[in-house]
Write a protein that binds this ligand. Structure first.
Ligand SMILES: [Cu+2]
Length: 290
């Protein structure tokens, strides 16, 4: 496992210089990954313009307790997808690998200088592959293109349910690509498929390039940060929001870990309440999970 991850990370370093690695799609332990699926890749923002004395924040999202078993998904209604999961397939809200929680969105929520950041030229990407969204969590920037792929070649209908951006609802009846962008920051846009009710994902959109999604055993890295003091927010769809303050000196690399306790009762937002991360912005606060 560690060799595999080391390879993945090495590969990622090569790719990351030019690309927002959008090939995530971590699978829960025990699930047979779709044949030919790309290995999980750590997602982080595309490089912004170089910052003087840039600092780097890195860390691991740790998970204590017993991860919940995924719920088996019955894909017998879609043979094309079922055959991509010969060992069966489960829901993937909670992915824990080597004690690290994956698909956690980590981002600077306070402390950045007020400025506008140009979107990266490289598109973010979400694929529908084996009737699963890959990656499960997409992190991207305002104005950046999102390429929506349908690798299955069967009908998918991708629907976003934002509160700040304009929603879209796109039918993709065959193998094809569609592009969309988002106009304003919104770190927790739910995504679902109207054809397959088990398909869920999240798109996290930021108006700056200082964000990541944990992968490869819960690891994340946010680089090219101006030295300063920041509030860092971590958000997981089941376990909620956590924040920490960090001060980064010139050229400093600092480790900042977060820990989610799987034995604690996850606190779901009240029905109709504002969604957690939609308010995780400077000047607002939302109760941390537990
Ligand atoms: Cu679908």
């Amino acid at each position: 496992m560690s060799n595999r991850m080391a390879r993945v990370e090495k590969l990622f370093v090569i790719v990351a210089a030019a690309a927002l690695a959008a090939c995530g799609g971590s699978r829960p332990d025990g699930e047979q990954a779709a044949s030919g699926a790309a290995p999980a890749g750590e997602q982080k923002a595309a490089p912004a313009a170089p910052v003087a004395d840039a600092a780097t924040l890195t860390g691991t999202i740790r998970f204590t307790g017993t991860p919940p078993a995924g719920t088996p998904i019955d894909m017998s209604s879609e043979p094309v997808c079922a055959q991509k999961h010969p060992g069966g397939v489960t829901t993937d809200e909670v992915v824990v690998d080597d004690g690290g929680l994956e698909n956690v969105v980590v981002y600077v929520s306070e402390g950045l200088p007020a400025q506008t950041y140009a979107p990266p030229a490289q598109p973010a990407e979400i694929d529908q592959d084996g009737c699963i969204y890959k990656p499960h969590v997409v992190v991207m920037q305002v104005g950046q293109k999102l390429t929506i792929k349908n690798a299955d070649g069967i009908l998918h209908n991708i629907k976003t349910k934002p509160t700040k951006n304009r929603p879209f609802n796109i039918s993709q009846p065959t193998t094809m690509e569609t592009a969309r962008t988002f106009d304003v920051a919104e770190p927790d846009i739910p995504v679902e498929c109207n054809v397959h009710n088990w398909m869920h994902a999240t798109i996290a959109v930021f108006d700056h390039p200082y964000f990541a999604a944990s992968a490869n055993g819960g690891k994340y890295t946010i680089g090219n940060l101006p030295p300063g003091t920041y509030t860092i927010t971590a958000w997981h769809e089941k376990y909620g929001t956590k924040t920490q303050q960090v001060t980064l000196g010139p050229n400093e690399t600092k480790t900042l870990d977060f820990t989610y306790d799987g034995n604690a009762t996850a606190r779901a937002p009240a029905p109709g309440a504002p969604r957690v991360a939609a308010h995780a912005h400077p000047g607002t606060s939302h109760g941390a999970a537990r």
